[in-house]
Ligand binder design. Structure first.
Ligand SMILES: Nc1ncnc2c1ncn2[C@@H]1O[C@H](COP(=O)(O)OP(=O)(O)OP(=O)(O)O)[C@@H](O)[C@H]1O
Ligand SMILES: [Mg+2]
Length: 250
């Protein structure tokens, strides 16, 4: 289980996260939606310790982290519980698909090269990239690069994978293949937190949809509650702008 409690974060004078709470059960998919600049990326980065929050706690399984008090050792323990999939893939350009996946296993998890290669091959296969192990990022499409990013996250065997707008850099025709891999990951029972604008995807796989605005969670609920009967005016306004389920049904 993941429990985020009262995370606060400012950049300079600007308060970005104003006390965010989140509870996600093991194996669940939480989708975070909300306008640009609202703090969604900052929240994910605080959750995996890439960014240090000013206050609050996070607990992932047996690892508990207090942003004000905890040590560097506890920070590393928190990082090992999470893996992140980034909007712009964040692959090493001078490494092959296989090396991109083995890198963290060898350097961070201190796994032997032989075992790391075996795990990486399995995970690349699981995202449909068998045969692409020796390709460099520039030889792969955006969708394939993002699937390497997902394989890299899976290989770390984290308690939760945090996805930050994983499809928003992709050409429209490549979005489907990444969403379909993410659905398979969800079906494997891996806990996921996904920031996305793909509302129909959210409707299909989320157990919980969270609407954030201005550094706060305004509303949360089942996809059905949020998409068909939002209670808060801000949620309604946002969905009216971004969510037009019938737009393609000409
Ligand atoms: N490292 C930083 N230094 C200063 N300000 C930052 C930093 N990172 C984020 N911000 C600011 O924090 C606010 C929230 O940013 P964040 O990237 O978390 O929003 P977001 O909800 O992910 O937006 P988007 O949907 O555009 O990705 C923005 O005003 C942004 O400019
Ligand atoms: Mg963002």
């Amino acid at each position: 289980m993941i429990s985020v409690d009262n995370i606060q974060k400012s950049f300079g004078e600007k308060e970005i996260l104003k006390g965010v709470d989140l509870t996600i059960q093991q194996g669940d998919v939480a989708v975070i939606i909300g306008p640009s600049g609202t703090g969604k990326t900052t929240l994910l980065r605080c959750m995996n310790g890439l960014e240090k929050a000013d206050g609050g706690n996070i607990r992932i399984d047996n690892v508990s982290y207090d942003y004000k008090k905890s040590s560097r050792k506890q920070l590393l323990a928190l990082r090992r519980k999470t893996a992140m999939v980034f909007q712009h893939y964040n692959l090493f350009k001078n490494k092959t698909a296989l090396e991109n996946v083995t890198e963290g296993l060898i350097t961070v998890q201190k796994i032997s090269k032989t075992d790391a290669v075996q795990t990486a091959k399995q995970q690349l296969k699981s995202v449909g990239l068998a045969g692409k192990e020796d390709s460099y990022p520039h030889q792969l499409s955006g969708g394939q690069q993002q699937r390497v990013g997902i394989a890299r996250a899976l290989a770390l065997n984290p308690s939760v994978i945090l996805f930050d707008e994983p499809t928003s850099s992709l050409d429209p025709e490549l979005v489907g293949e990444v969403l379909s891999v993410m659905k398979q990951v969800a079906r494997r029972g891996i806990t996921m937190v996904v920031v996305t604008h793909e509302m129909s995807f959210a409707q299909t796989i989320a157990n919980q949809v969270v609407f954030m605005e201005g550094g706060k969670i305004i509303e949360r609920g089942s996809p059905r509650d949020i998409f068909t009967a939002p209670k808060q005016a801000a949620t309604k306004r946002f969905l009216d702008c971004v969510y037009q389920p019938f737009v393609y049904q000409i």
